[in-house]
Design a protein around this ligand. Structure first.
Ligand SMILES: Nc1ncnc2c1ncn2[C@@H]1O[C@H](COP(=O)(O)OP(=O)(O)OP(=O)(O)O)[C@@H](O)[C@H]1O
Ligand SMILES: [Mg+2]
Length: 280
């Protein structure tokens, strides 16, 4: 089996809705992508990611783990359309990536809410920027705030919220425009353990009801196993690439109790050993 086949995987997703290779469009289809940064005063770019190949299928949540600095955020930026790939091919929802688009939304580690806007206006902001009428955007924002448990805080301002509530607002904003693909860059990393578990549970609940695809970057192996249909393991940088795509065959819907599943720790240990081998 080639590296490309191994990373893309050929196993049917274990999410409730079966995903087959026959579905013509992938959420993300990356083939041998290289991504670099131009460094001032140097003629050669710094190659952060080289020849990386992976897929995210429709309705699948794929997590990426890898050593710090290996290029996870760089990959996510490229998929978001914020950075070009220097070689290889990258398509989202069946179309080559040429820039940001409404079919995908990003949730970053920092909630990056607009401090002068209320929670409801922050949640509606993405929709408004795509030209949706204010009343429609607000109604949609209220639906999403209910889903993330913030109905009572619609009129609050970000400074009045805890870090976890800010990140819930951020999630509502990302979901409001109904993107087919959600991109998460360590969205719960700055939260304390309890808030992180609550947000994970929230995301799993939302994910069970959606057919969206997700690409989720995390440093926490247990979080990757808990949330992912598959976990991609990256080599260390520079010029990193994906070496393994581990199918997480744990039942859906996932909940906090999924951590108690007899296979859970086996997955964590396996991925841990792959990463430990990468650090030497
Ligand atoms: N704007 C930039 N200019 C130059 N090099 C950069 C830039 N941003 C990132 N890099 C480099 O690219 C590499 C990959 O960075 P990236 O932020 O994607 O890593 P990461 O895997 O997300 O790390 P972490 O786990 O710490 O968030 C690193 O070596 C980093 O120094
Ligand atoms: Mg990063």
């Amino acid at each position: 089996m080639s590296e490309a086949e191994r990373a893309s995987g050929d196993v049917t997703s274990s999410k409730s809705k079966p995903v087959t290779a026959a579905e013509e469009n992938f959420g993300v289809r990356a083939r041998n992508i290289s991504i670099g940064y131009t460094i001032r005063g140097r003629s050669e770019p710094f190659v952060a990611v080289a020849e990386a190949t992976f897929d995210v299928r429709p309705s699948e949540m794929v997590c990426i783990v890898g050593p710090s600095g290996c290029g996870k955020s760089t990959v996510l930026s490229a998929v978001a359309g914020l950075m070009p790939v220097r070689s290889g091919s990258l398509a989202v929802n069946g179309r080559p990536v040429t820039g940001p688009a409404a079919d995908r939304a990003v949730v970053f580690q920092k909630a990056s809410l607009l401090p002068w806007m209320t929670v409801e206006d922050n949640a509606a902001y993405g929709l408004r920027s795509y030209g949706t009428a204010k009343s429609v955007a607000r109604e949609r924002a209220h639906e999403l705030l209910a889903i993330v448990g913030l109905s009572n805080f619609a009129k609050s301002y970000p400074y009045q919220l805890s870090g976890g509530m800010q990140q819930r607002t951020n999630l509502a904003r990302a979901l409001a425009a109904d993107p087919k693909l959600l991109l998460f860059d360590e969205p719960f990393a700055s939260l304390d353990a309890q808030q992180r578990e609550m947000l994970q549970a929230e995301l799993m609940r939302i994910w069970a009801d959606t057919d969206k695809a997700g690409l989720f970057i995390t440093h926490q192996i247990d979080e990757a196993v808990l949330l992912g249909n598959r976990v991609l393991v990256s080599t260390k940088g520079p010029a990193s690439h994906i070496t393994n795509a581990i199918e997480i065959d744990l039942p859906w819907p996932r909940t906090r109790n999924t951590r108690l599943h007899p296979d859970f720790n086996g997955y964590v240990e396996h991925i841990w050993s792959l990463l430990a081998a990468e650090q030497v």
